[in-house]
Ligand binder design. Structure first.
Ligand code: KG4
Ligand code: ZN
Length: 332
């Protein structure tokens, strides 16, 4: 069975084509980084317009690169939330129109479930139940995933997301949006111990994250040490973000019986965080599954693969499918 997945929940128009065995036939993305760069963040109106311009050409390229024809596609999938309503609408309405025109079944999937599906796509038969981090521009959660794909939130951010924190710190450091990849590059050459940022811990000892205090401390450090190399500031900040992610993840391993660890979402493409997680897995005696960076950042392939999982469970959507801006990872 072959699925075509459309991802337009935020600022990238991405289409992926994958089969049930997890073989990726194609993945193509039109980035909007250039559109939003000068604003230092995503402008929703500009994002929807760019999706409108890109969606048909991106679908066209993905089908051509897969070396298939429309007749070979068995399932059309799109992300229906969470995300920007105007952006989601473009993907949803396009998918509905194609489902009607091509007479194919349609499934709307939760974008966050798509991120989780990327783990199984990269490695079918992962050791379940699995405990992991969903770390992106809008989300920071510790999740417990069971073999029937049910998800429990063990911890979540009480304020900013990890990616958002990196992007905001990077903006003050003078880096362009999104700053995460550049901070990650600097973390490989800078001194991660140039500045020590303490780990934020919850008064109730829970596994929730809080990044707003760290963000303020990072901005103050940039002002306090104007002579310090950007690389050292960035490396120390990246270490502080990772320290908190790992500290809460270790706490969570004491609450549930996990057989493996995972990480997904844009921030999980960080080489620094991947390395820290792999070392943590070694010390805990748990396998760590992190999809390749191309499947960590938003992509249509993870949406297509989640659609195949939904289909297997008997889910399908109708022409009533509508965007849901706020949607928990617990929901299908
Ligand atoms: O999952 P994603 O592509 O989109 C959302 O759903 O948010 O994540 C985007 C976030 C941004 O904050 C970006 O700075 C961060 O992921 N990011 C990275 C890296 N690549 C993307 N952060 C650290 N290191 C990277 N290599
Ligand atoms: Zn995402």
């Amino acid at each position: 069975m072959i699925a075509l997945g459309i991802e337009t929940s935020c600022d990238d128009t991405s289409v992926g084509i994958v089969d049930q065995s997890g073989r990726i036939l194609s993945q193509f993305r039109a980035s909007q980084d250039r559109v939003h760069k000068e604003w230092g963040g995503i402008v929703p109106e500009l994002a929807s317009r760019a999706h409108l311009e890109n969606i048909i050409p991106v679908i066209d390229i993905a089908i051509k690169e897969a070396g298939i024809t429309v007749a070979d596609i068995d399932l059309l999938v799109c992300a229906y939330g969470p995300g920007l309503v105007g952006s989601l609408l473009v993907g949803i309405e396009t998918t509905k129109a194609l489902a009607l025109a091509w007479k194919k079944p349609l499934v709307g999937v939760n974008h966050l479930r798509g991120h989780i599906a990327a783990v199984m796509l990269a490695k079918p038969n992962i050791e379940m139940p699995s405990l992991g981090l969903l770390i992106s521009g809008g989300h920071s959660e510790i999740l417990f995933v069971e073999p029937d794909y049910s998800v429990t939130i063990i911890g979540e951010t009480r304020d900013d997301a990890a990616g958002e924190t990196l992007d905001k710190f990077g903006r003050v450091l003078g880096l362009s949006y999104p700053a995460g990849p550049e901070i990650d590059r600097m973390a490989s050459i800078g001194d991660t111990n140039a500045i020590h940022f303490p780990i934020t811990r919850m008064k109730d000892g829970g596994s929730d994250f809080s990044f707003s205090g760290l963000k303020t401390a990072g901005v103050k450090a940039i002002e306090k040490f104007p002579q310090m190399r950007k690389e050292d500031l960035a490396a120390s900040f990246m270490k502080a973000v990772a320290d908190q992610l790992l500290d809460k993840l270790v706490q969570a391993t004491e609450k549930v019986e996990a057989k493996s660890l995972f990480a997904v979402g844009g921030v999980a493409s960080s080489a620094y965080i991947r390395d820290r997680l792999n070392k943590l897995g070694d010390s805990l005696g748990l396998t760590v599954n992190i999809p390749p960076p191309s499947l960590c950042t938003d992509n249509g392939t993870m949406i297509a693969y989640a659609g195949l999982q939904y289909h297997q469970l008997g889910h399908k959507s109708s022409m009533d499918l509508y965007p849901v801006s706020r949607l928990s990872v617990v929901s299908m």
